[in-house]
Design a protein around this ligand. Structure first.
Ligand code: OGA
Ligand code: MN
Length: 294
């Protein structure tokens, strides 16, 4: 099958056909996906009716997997293998999560612009999200191009941010939504990590803004000044010309490069409809910055 990619917007997003994610990929196919990712940062592969096992095997072509389960999720409650981030609104029995369920409240953080696992020392490379049961009334996933956003900054701002280091934690993103209750163990697992604000993509060579709702400060800056600036940057970086909004069709497999994008989910009627999306995540090469001494 010939591989074809068509751009979805000016900067970001490609529609890729000619890959069958159920089967082992040839090295040339892996290269084609990576090349598409370097160019478009988000690829939509339609018609990929895959099992969990096939999703894991396909994902391994793009680096070691990162555990998807979160610090606030208890293992016996998990619906999926811990390799997966459960991006659904249902529990193990298939029932929709109650309005005040802690898992639902934690997952509402996905409504804020973020980069996956930016709260880890080794953050995410690719996220691979499979649409098993989708909704079309709301529930779009939006992606913003952090390379185009960086390129569009003026030279003074580029110089100012070049060496800035941000602190990231899931506590910071959830705090923004008023979710603040954690056990001491959870707090320890969610200790802030440090990342460069400007990173250079290892294969495309492009610079990008490493922004995320998980940011709670800039090293050396007063916190309110840092947060006001980060807000400004996020507002700049998520202007419509940098965004691709994905409306889901069942069996879409959407892959994004967390080193070059932010994303968010839009509101949908999650108390009355089921949305079952399953995410595998691969790791990036290493830390982007030295960590604070313990
Ligand atoms: C994710 C995520 C958005 C969505 O899978 O990392 O943020 O559309 N999901 O549910
Ligand atoms: Mn996410």
């Amino acid at each position: 099958m010939a591989i074809e990619v068509h751009p979805l917007t000016t900067h970001i997003g490609g529609h890729m056909t000619g890959i069958d994610a159920r089967r082992p990929l040839t090295p040339a196919e892996v290269d084609a996906v990576n090349a598409g990712m370097d160019r478009y940062a988000v690829l939509v592969l339609p018609g990929q009716d895959i099992t969990d096992e096939q999703q894991v095997e396909f994902s391994r072509n793009f680096g070691p997997l990162q555990n998807g389960a979160n610090a606030t999720e208890r293992r016996p409650q998990l619906r999926l293998d811990p390799a997966f981030a459960d991006v659904s609104n249902i529990d193990k029995s298939g029932a929709v999560l109650a309005r005040d369920d802690r898992r639902r409240m934690a997952s509402l953080g996905n409504r804020l612009w973020h980069s996956d696992a930016s709260f880890r020392v080794i953050p995410a490379r690719y996220s691979l999200l499979s649409g098993r049961i989708v909704v079309t009334d709301g529930g779009n996933t939006e992606f913003a191009d952090m390379r185009a956003a960086y390129d569009a900054l003026d030279d003074r701002t580029k110089a100012e941010i070049e060496d800035l280091i941000c602190e990231h934690s899931q506590i910071f993103s959830r705090n923004q939504l008023g979710f603040t209750e954690y056990t001491p163990e959870e707090r320890a697992m969610m200790k802030p990590v440090r990342h460069r604000l400007v990173r250079t993509h290892p294969t495309s060579g492009r610079k990008s803004l490493f922004l995320s709702a998980h940011i709670g400060g800039i090293v050396g800056w007063p916190r309110p000044e840092a947060m006001a600036f980060v807000r400004d940057l996020i507002e700049h970086a998520t202007q419509s010309q940098f965004v691709y909004a994905h409306r889901w069709t069942q069996h879409d497999l959407v892959i994004w490069d967390n080193r070059a994008t932010m994303h968010r989910v839009r509101r949908y009627d999650d108390l009355n409809t089921v949305r079952d999306l399953r995410r595998t995540t691969t790791k990036s090469d290493g830390p982007t910055a030295a960590q604070e001494a313990a």
